[in-house]
Design a protein around this ligand. Structure first.
Ligand SMILES: CCCCCCCCCCCCC/C=C/C(=O)SCCNC(=O)CCNC(=O)[C@H](O)C(C)(C)COP(=O)(O)OP(=O)(O)OC[C@H]1O[C@@H](n2cnc3c(N)ncnc32)[C@H](O)[C@@H]1OP(=O)(O)O
Length: 295
C-alpha cells in the first residue's frame, strides 16, 4: 500500500502544476488537466490501488480533442503507475458522457479533425486494452461515444431512468468497426446489428435486459456498487485476470492498431461529405432548439 502511496506522490511531483495535494490520508488525489481546467478528476486509493476517474466537462461531458487528450494521458499514467483497477464515472449531474463533441465534426478544420480522431483511437486503445480491471459507473445518459467508453470497460453498473446506446445513425453518421466490435463483444452480433442500424438508445431497464449493462442500482449506489464489484476483480490473481482479458480482446485491439491511419482517412473522408455535414448541422440545430425550450 505504501508503495502505491509513494507512487501517487511521484505522479504529483512529475506534474507539479497539474496536481492538487493529497486531501485524505492514505488517498492520493491527482488532478490531471490539459487545456481545459479540472475536467478530469482522478483519485487513486492507495490502499486498494483503484483509481476513480470522474469526467467533469459540463454541460454534457462531450468529448472534444482536449478532453480526449486529458483522458488518454490519465489512462497512460494510471497504467504506468500499475494501478490495479479503474472506476470510470461522471461528475456532471444526469450525464455520463454525451459522446463525441459534435462541434469537432461539424464544419471542421480538417487537420484538427484527424488529430481529434487519433485522440479517440488513443483513448479506445488504452481503455479497451487496459491491464486494469475497469468498471463503468454509469450515473447518467450515455449516448454514442459515451456508450463506447462504457462498453470498453469490463463491467457496467447503471442508474435507472437514463439512456445508453450507439445512436450514430440517427445523426446520419456511422459507428466505425471498432465501435461495432466493442459493442458486439458485450451484446453479440444480432443485437448489435439491430442497435446500430436503428441507432437505438436503450433505457436503463432495456439495457439490462440485453446485457448492455450488468447491473442496475439506485443513483446514489452506483459508485459504491462499482467499488464492491471491483473487490471481486481484484481477488483474482493479477496475471491470470489480465491475460484472460487480453485473450478476449487482443484480436480486436490489433485490428485497429494495424489500420489506424486508414481509419483516420475513412473518418475524415466520411465526415467532410456534404450530406454528412448537412445531417450534423440539422442534429445540432435540433439539440439547440431542445435546449432553448428548457430554458
Ligand atoms: C463508407 C462508410 C465508411 C464509414 C467509416 C466510418 C466513419 C466514421 C463516421 C463518424 C463516426 C463518429 C462517431 C460518433 C460518435 C458520437 O459520439 S457522436 C455524438 C452523439 N451524441 C449524441 O447524440 C448526444 C446528443 N445529446 C443529447 O442527446 C443530450 O444533450 C443529452 C446528452 C441526453 C443531455 O440532455 P440534456 O441534459 O437535456 O442537455 P441538452 O440541453 O440536450 O444539452 C446541453 C448542451 O449541450 C449540447 N450538446 C449535447 N450533446 C452534445 C454533443 N455530443 N456535442 C456537442 N454539444 C452537445 C447541446 O447542444 C446543448 O448546448 P446549448 O444549446 O448551447 O445549451
Amino acid at each position: 500500500m505504501a508503495t502505491l502511496w509513494t507512487r501517487g506522490i511521484q505522479v504529483c511531483r512529475a506534474l507539479p502544476r497539474l496536481c492538487t495535494a493529497p486531501s485524505v490520508q492514505r488517498r492520493t488525489s491527482v488532478r490531471l488537466m490539459s487545456t481545459e481546467k479540472d475536467n478530469l478528476l482522478v483519485d487513486v486509493d492507495s490502499k486498494t490501488g483503484v483509481a476513480t476517474m470522474q469526467m467533469n466537462r459540463p454541460p454534457v461531458n462531450s468529448l472534444n480533442l482536449e478532453f480526449l487528450t486529458s483522458i488518454s494521458i490519465a489512462l497512460e499514467k494510471l497504467e504506468n503507475e500499475k494501478c490495479r483497477g479503474l472506476i470510470l464515472t461522471s461528475d456532471v449531474p444526469k450525464i455520463f458522457c454525451a459522446g463525441l463533441d459534435i462541434l469537432e465534426m461539424y464544419q471542421p478544420d480538417v487537420e484538427r479533425l484527424q488529430v481529434f480522431w487519433r485522440s479517440l483511437q488513443d483513448v479506445w486503445l488504452r481503455l479497451y486494452g487496459s491491464k486494469m480491471a475497469t468498471i463503468a459507473a454509469i450515473n447518467g445518459h450515455s449516448p454514442a461515444g459515451g456508450c463506447l467508453l462504457a462498453t470498453c470497460c469490463d463491467y457496467r453498473i447503471m442508474a435507472p431512468n437514463y439512456t445508453i446506446g450507439l445512436n450514430e445513425t440517427q445523426l446520419g453518421i456511422v459507428a466505425p468497426f471498432w465501435f461495432r466490435d466493442t459493442m458486439c463483444g458485450v451484446i453479440g452480433h444480432r443485437e448489435t446489428e439491430h442497435a446500430l442500424t436503428l441507432g437505438i438508445m436503450y433505457s436503463t431497464e432495456e439495457a439490462l435486459n440485453i446485457k448492455l449493462v450488468d447491473k442496475v442500482v439506485p443513483q446514489d449506489k452506483v459508485i459504491p456498487a462499482a467499488q464492491e464489484k471491483m473487490k471481486q476483480y481484484l481477488k483474482i490473481p493479477e496475471v491470470a485476470r489480465q491475460l484472460s482479458k487480453d485473450l478476449m480482446r487482443r484480436e480486436t485491439v490489433e485490428k485497429l492498431r494495424l489500420r489506424r491511419e486508414d481509419d483516420v482517412a475513412a473518418f475524415k473522408n466520411f465526415a467532410v461529405r456534404e450530406s454528412v455535414q448537412k445531417s450534423l448541422g440539422m442534429y445540432l440545430e435540433m439539440l439547440k432548439k431542445k435546449s432553448q425550450q428548457k430554458k
